[in-house]
Design a protein around this ligand. Sequence first.
Ligand code: NAP
Ligand code: ZN
Ligand code: ZN
Length: 357
Amino acid sequence: MAEGKAAHGWAARDASGHLSPFNFSRRVPRDGDVTIKVLFCGLCYTDLHVIKNEWGNAMYPLVPGHEIVGVVTGVGPGVTKFKAGDTVGVGYFVDSCRSCESCGKGYESYCPQLVQTSNGVDLLDGATTQGGFSDVLVVSQHYVVRVPESLPPDGAAPLLCAGITVFSPMVQYGLNAPGKHLGVVGLGGLGHLGVKFGKAFGMTVTVISTSPSKREEALDRLGADAFLVSSDPEQIKAAASTMDGIIDTVSAEHPVAALLELLKPMGQMVVVGLPAKPLEVPAFSLVGGGKRVAGSGGGGIGECQAMLDFAAEHRIAADVEVVGMDYVNTAIQRLERNDVRYRFVVDVAGSKLGGAA
Ligand code: NAP
Ligand code: ZN
Ligand code: ZN
C-alpha cells in the first residue's frame, strides 16, 4: 500500500489526557481531497471530555483538535472548490455518508455515519482519524470551508466549532431576530461567541454565569446587555419569563429548572453543552408555560460557510489566548479550571511538533 504523508502532532495516550509528541501518517490523497498545512487550532472543551475518556469512547493514541484554520498546500484530481494558497477551515467532522436525509438537507452533522475530525473512524479504510493538533491534514473538499480573508486566522479557528455550534441553533430556532431576548448560559468558548452573534443579530443578550468576575467583561467588552449570576435566586426571579430563547453551553452537571423559569411562555431552550451525566428537567418547568427544550450539535457545511461569511461581515472572531504546543497541557488544565478568556488557540505552525524519529 502507498505510504501517506508524514504527520507530526501531539497525542493523548491514556485517560490522563496528557498530550505528548506523536508521529503518524495521513492517508494518500483520494480524488477530491485537499492537503492542508495547519496554522491554528482551538482547544474546545469537547477535546477535554474526549482525551480524558469522559464519554467512554476514546481511541488512543488520540490527536485532538477540531477548530482548524490552515492553508491549502495541495489539491488532488477532482478538487474544484479550492486551490493551493487558500485559507480554509475544518471543524468537527471530515466526512459523512452523503446520501442520508440529513446529508441531503445540508445537516451533515446529524448523519448517522458522521466521521469526526479526531477520534473518528474513516468510512473507507476504517482508520482512526487524528485531529488538528498536528502539522498536516488530508480532507475531502466537501468538508472544508473558506475562511474569509478579513478574519484573523487565530481568532477564526474557534468559529469552526464553538462558532457554528451556537450560530446554527440561533438560526434554526429563530433566535436571530432583532429585538428578541436571548440568554446565554456559561460564558466560555461557545458562550462568548453566542453573545457576539446575538448582538450582531440585533438581539438583547443576557449572560447567565457562575462567575461574577466575568460581569464587567461580558457587559463592556462583549457587549452583553445584562448579566445574571445563576446561583442567586433573587437575580433569576427578577428576570423570570423575559427570554425568548436560551442557549445552554455548560460542560458540567448543573440545575436547569431555574433556567427554564427565565423563558417566556413557549420559549425555547437549546442545550449544546455536553455534560457526561444527564440533566434533570422537571416536567412542571416545561408544562406550565409550554416551554421547549432541544439539543443542537455543530452545524452543516453550508451553515458553517454562512456563519463564517456573517462573522466576516460583522467582524466577529473569538477572543483568544494564543499559545505554543508546549503549553497545551497547561492550557488543558486551565480550561478545566474555567481559567480562560475565552479560548485557547494553539499556534500549530509556530510550534515544535512530533517526536524524535
Ligand atoms: P468552556 O469554554 O469551558 O465554557 C463552558 C462554560 O460553562 C464555562 O466557561 C463556565 O461559564 C460554565 N461552567 C463550567 N462549569 C460549570 C458548572 N459546573 N456549572 C455551571 N456552569 C459551568 O467550554 P466550551 O468549549 O464552550 O464547551 C462547552 C460545552 O459544549 C462542552 O460540554 C463541550 O463538549 C460542548 N460542545 C458541544 C458542541 C455541540 O455540537 N453541541 C460543540 C462544541 C462543544 P461561567 O463561568 O460563565 O459559568
Ligand atoms: Zn468543539
Ligand atoms: Zn449522511
